[in-house]
Write a protein that binds this ligand. Structure first.
Ligand SMILES: *Cc1c(COP(=O)(O)O)cnc(C)c1O
Length: 239
């Protein structure tokens, strides 16, 4: 027996534009990691390009190369951690990288590498990333070494939860992130994933939102706060 999913291009575009609208028309980073959750990263990327999305997120260098080799010339950010040799290759390829340790920063300086970098901050149990308290020091280090700091970000690991605890935890993460970005003027400041948009639409901060699973209408638990507002307007298209 064979099974498959069918993607309705128009519904996909509708969903993305609707999420973008909920996020007050902030710029969109289309997360197409893990082969766009198995749906085909090149195909999904091309559909998103049709509605003006021109920034894509992948898990690692290999996924970034796959997009580039398929002829995709837009900006790509590697969301996960990159090894040193991957930082070298990503720099050559003009791929944006996530930086989460002083060791990586020092490696870039020592090797005169200057990729577009986004500093990753740990605002709560994300395992990887700089501490919020380190923000000033780390950003200062980037400036002093003329590093190409284009963004800062964090991840809302529990934004799709539906308990008081997960809600409070996410709001605390957003508060911590606000401390970092306060008075910071960067091109890309981002923390919200799909459920971070749908469940916390009043608390979105920064100027970019990262959409993954929500593009396909899965936005977490059905008990979500804005279920009515949201579910009436987003179309489901996986059969
Ligand atoms: C996977 C991922 C996303 C997308 O999350 P969704 O919940 O699928 O919207 C966003 N940001 C980062 C860092 C991710 O790893």
């Amino acid at each position: 027996m064979r099974t498959w999913v069918e993607i309705d291009k128009e519904n996909l575009k509708y969903n993305v534009l609707k999420l973008k609208e909920i996020a007050n028309n902030r710029e969109v980073l289309g997360v197409v990691k893990a082969n766009a959750y198995g749906l085909g990263s090149v195909e999904i990327t091309k559909i998103l390009q049709e509605i003006g999305v021109n920034f894509f997120g992948v898990a690692n260098l290999e996924e970034a190369i796959e997009l580039q080799e398929a002829g995709i010339k837009d900006k790509i950010l590697i969301l996960g951690a990159s090894f040193e040799d991957e930082l070298i290759e990503a720099t050559k390829r003009g791929v944006h990288v996530a930086i989460s340790s002083m060791g990586q920063l020092q490696f870039l300086v020592n090797n005169k590498l200057n990729p577009n970098m986004h500093l990753k901050f740990d605002t709560g149990m994300t395992r990887l990333g700089f501490e919020v308290d380190e923000a000033k020091k780390v950003i200062e280090f980037c400036k002093n070494n003329n590093l190409n700091l284009v963004g800062v970000f964090s991840h809302l690991s529990d934004s799709d939860g539906n308990t008081v605890e997960t809600k409070n935890f996410t709001l605390e993460q957003i508060e911590k992130f606000k401390k970092i970005i306060n008075s910071l003027n960067l091109k890309y400041i981002h923390i919200s994933n799909s459920a971070g948009i749908t469940n916390f639409y009043n608390d979105i901060v920064g100027n970019l939102v990262r959409m993954g699973i929500g593009m396909y209408s899965f936005t977490g638990n059905k008990k979500h706060l804005i279920k009515k507002y949201f579910y009436n307007k987003i179309k489901t298209f996986i059969y």
